[in-house]
Design a protein. Structure first.
Length: 260
């Protein structure tokens, strides 16, 4: 079982689109069992995958009172919170907007159980899955910290504009800091998204490839991605002939086979 955080501190870089399509493609084309954990207060992955159980979410787990924080509690609450999604072979641990209240100050004063996902993983609650994918928020808060404490790898979707490139160093620094607590954590690579042919994109991609980080093959920009979000079904269903669908399928194949 591999746990992968899909993370970028910048919004609008297709984190959720990447998470749900990777999950769906791993399940459909590679017969993998996948759990999606929605760690973003916008809860877009939760909505896309059909919602969750009423009154149960990642925020519920993070708010577990200190006196109840045991591996048994983590395991029990995980089973109460995880449910089947609308995508076959993909389960969901949902988010809700109350995650917005759980900033890093809650972790610092102990009111947020940021180790909860790591505890759930250690308790064996994820053992039936081949992959656990965590859709992270565009901020470094308690939910993001919980994701990085549980993750084996981080995949960074990145749009090839100046703002995203400048923010990459800050994100890499935050991940490096978390490795002091979770030494097994590593950056699996950068995933260029919303790609289209231009001199700026070509130069930016060349710059990324000169870094010490692995760069996955790019995901092409497609209007079919917007249509997918309205239909709440992955690209292999809504637009199987689109360039983005082909690219995500290729990407999922690399993840399934561990070819980085």
């Amino acid at each position: 079982m591999k746990t992968i955080a899909i993370m970028n501190l910048k919004g609008g870089v297709a984190k959720t689109v990447t998470t749900v399509n990777l999950a769906a493609d791993l399940a459909h084309f590679h017969q993998k069992r996948v759990l999606v954990i929605d760690a973003d207060s916008q809860a877009n992955a939760t909505e896309f995958l059909g919602g969750g159980r009423e009154g149960h979410s990642l925020a519920t787990l993070l708010r577990t009172p200190a006196i109840e924080r045991t591996s048994f509690t983590a395991d029990f609450e995980a089973h109460q919170t995880i449910s089947a999604s609308t995508v076959p072979a993909v389960d969901l641990l949902p988010a809700d907007d109350s995650l917005m209240d759980l900033d890093l100050s809650k972790a610092a004063n102990g009111s947020a159980w940021v180790e909860v996902l790591a505890e759930i993983k250690a308790a064996g609650s994820f053992k039936d899955y081949d992959f656990v994918l965590i859709d992270c928020p565009p901020a470094f808060n308690a939910a993001a910290a919980a994701a990085l404490l549980a993750a084996d790898e981080v995949i960074i979707p990145i749009k090839l504009d100046a703002f995203s490139l400048r923010g990459l160093a800050n994100l890499a620094r935050q991940i490096s800091n978390m490795r002091k607590i979770n030494p097994d954590l590593r950056i699996a690579g950068l995933l260029p998204v919303m790609w289209y042919e231009s001199a700026e994109n070509t130069n930016a991609l060349a710059t990324l490839r000169e870094s010490l980080l692995h760069v996955f093959p790019r995901i092409r920009r497609s209007t079919m991605v917007d249509a997918m979000t309205y239909r709440q079904a992955p690209l292999y269903i809504t637009s199987p002939k689109s360039g983005a669908c082909h690219d995500y399928k290729t990407f999922a194949g690399r993840i399934a086979e561990g070819r980085y």
